[in-house]
Design a protein. Sequence first.
Length: 143
Amino acid sequence: LPVLVFASANLIQFGHIIEHLTGRHALIYNGYGCYCGLGGSRQPVDATDWCCRVHDCCYQALSRRHCKPKMEKYFYSVRKDTVTCGGETECRQQTCECDKAAALCFRHSKFQRQYIGYRNRLCEGPTPPCQGVRPRRAPTKGG
């Protein structure tokens, strides 16, 4: 049977999706590299850090659509290794899609312990632009 979750804050939901898809505790990603956690700048240090950069860009794109991705509470279901996003609004649906994409990216990227708790002053190089990074469009429901 699928598990249906409705949490009180988006970060809790994002954490559950990360843990389900990666098998790792979500908090281990907080402070990883230059982008995982609050803020971020310069060049991502590895593929996992790029996942966080793309997630930041996904949230920025939603914010431009007048969504509040850090505050959106969404529904999702989990069955085996599959997360299915649902939402009463386009903002909720797309926030879930951003989170799901990041968690899948984490699952397919190497996690390198030396980047846990990485100091921002060590980040260097140009900040990559977000252009081309957009939330996935959900299919519209009939009506």
